[in-house]
Design a protein around this ligand. Structure first.
Ligand code: NDP
Ligand code: MG
Length: 381
């Protein structure tokens, strides 16, 4: 029996993690749950899983908590994340909130000695060196939930210490894989949210359409597996069956395959090093029409180029990339900008904010705020 706290329990990853807790009540006991604003779903989850603590980062008055849930400890505001990550005793903390909001929680959980199950890639993108240093000092593994990183992690399990010569990070290519730049420029919200293979939260789905998701994942892989940018190759693989692969010096390539279902990597992190049934469909190789591979196109998807430039630039460049992208995606989701403007806003922020330091969390939150400020300025123009 392992105990788990879930930050962002009402989201796409959070609800799937709870489905696994429901499937394996003898394996997992839920200790804390947090959401941002979706109190209705959080109340249902608290009723079912009976955690010790629950909280909403967007506070509501205590009178609004249903009578039958008042025996639970309720924490409101940002403190909810801290309480769930570090105060409520538990073995594992699943950080599945969206955006840089996850960084502080990941650090809190590591410092409290918890094993972190990491869905929130933005924490590594913005503060990867600090997070990995802290985890190393505490002697705790970071267990990736992101499907590509889970795949690489699984491939490396059999490596017996041999370092990979290359990571092959697969990408579906998203809904605009075959679109021209001109077509993408005016793409609608509905078109961008229509991912061909994966059902996910809104922010990451837009990131998949712009391929900023893959940019973030290159940076995530850079930190998780301590690999230089030039050894991380993005390969567009539209069927999303190969979830990523590693290559070794002898030329051997080991890949992890499966149906595109996030319950598999979530389960792998939750039960690691064991494996549990997930309820997902088995992979039927005979039902596949083929597995195909293409090069990512940095001309149509500048995110792929910007990720490499920011990793090579060092300092807070990746934090700026992430903060500007979060702000631009929020504006796109509110129909304030065309799809094509996301790239221009992020590149504009990176150009203006070169050289910001990233020596500690304060530096990183400052760079993030600067990136959002620059995007707001560019938007006002
Ligand atoms: P969702 O948008 O579906 O869910 C986000 C969760 O975080 C919700 O519980 C939401 O609460 C909460 N939340 C939103 N804003 C804040 C905030 N400012 N502070 C604290 N909590 C907040 O996202 P996903 O589940 O899709 O993604 C979560 C993370 O996992 C992201 O970092 C994403 O990149 C990563 N990831 C997701 C994958 C997927 O398949 N979905 C795959 C790989 C990685 P509320 O519901 O109340 O708004
Ligand atoms: Mg992924």
């Amino acid at each position: 029996m392992r105990t788990i706290s879930i930050l962002g329990s009402t989201g796409s990853i959070g609800t799937q993690a709870l489905a696994l807790c429901r499937l394996h009540p003898e394996e997992f006991r839920v200790k804390a749950l947090t959401a941002h604003a979706n109190s209705k779903l959080l109340f249902e989850q608290v009723r079912e899983f009976q955690p010790e603590m629950a909280g909403l980062t967007k506070p509501i008055p205590m009178e609004d908590i249903p009578q039958d849930l008042r025996h639970v400890k309720w924490v409101m505001g940002k403190e909810a994340l801290h309480a769930a990550a570090a105060e409520v005793p538990c073995d594992m903390v699943l950080v599945s909130v969206v955006g840089i909001a996850g960084l502080q929680s990941v650090m809190d959980a590591i410092h409290a000695g918890r094993t972190v199950l990491l869905a929130n890639k933005e924490a590594l993108v913005t503060g990867g060196h600090l997070v990995m240093d802290a985890a190393k000092k505490m002697g705790k593994p970071m267990l990736p939930v992101d499907s590509e990183h889970s795949a690489i992690f699984q491939c490396l399990e059999g490596a017996k210490g041999n370092r990979p010569s290359r990571l092959i990070l697969t990408a579906s290519g998203g809904p605009f894989r075959t679109w021209t730049k001109e077509q993408m420029e005016g793409a609608t919200r509905a078109q961008a949210l229509n991912h061909p293979n994966w059902s996910m939260g809104a922010k990451i789905t837009i990131d998949s359409a712009s391929m900023f998701n893959k940019a973030l994942e290159m940076i995530e892989a850079r930190w998780l597996f301590d690999m230089p940018p030039e050894k991380i190759q993005v390969t567009v693989h539209p069927q999303s069956i190969i979830h990523s692969a590693v290559e070794f010096d002898d030329g051997a390539v080991i890949a992890q395959l499966g149906v595109p279902d996030m319950r598999v990597p979530i389960q792998y992190a939750m039960a690691y090093p064991h494996r549990l049934p997930t309820g997902c469909q088995p992979l039927d190789l005979f039902a596949l029409s083929g597995l195909t591979f293409e090069k990512g196109d940095p001309e149509r998807f500048p995110a792929l180029r910007l990720a490499v430039e920011c990793m090579n630039a060092g300092g807070a460049a990746c934090t700026v990339l992430n903060g500007a992208n979060e702000a631009a995606v929020a504006a796109f989701l509110k129909d304030e900008i065309p799809f094509g403007a996301i790239n221009r806003l992020v590149e504009g922020a990176i150009d203006r904010l070169a050289g910001l330091p990233a020596n500690n969390l304060e530096d990183i939150f400052h760079a993030d705020a600067e990136a959002r400020r620059v995007v707001a300025e560019l938007l006002a123009k």
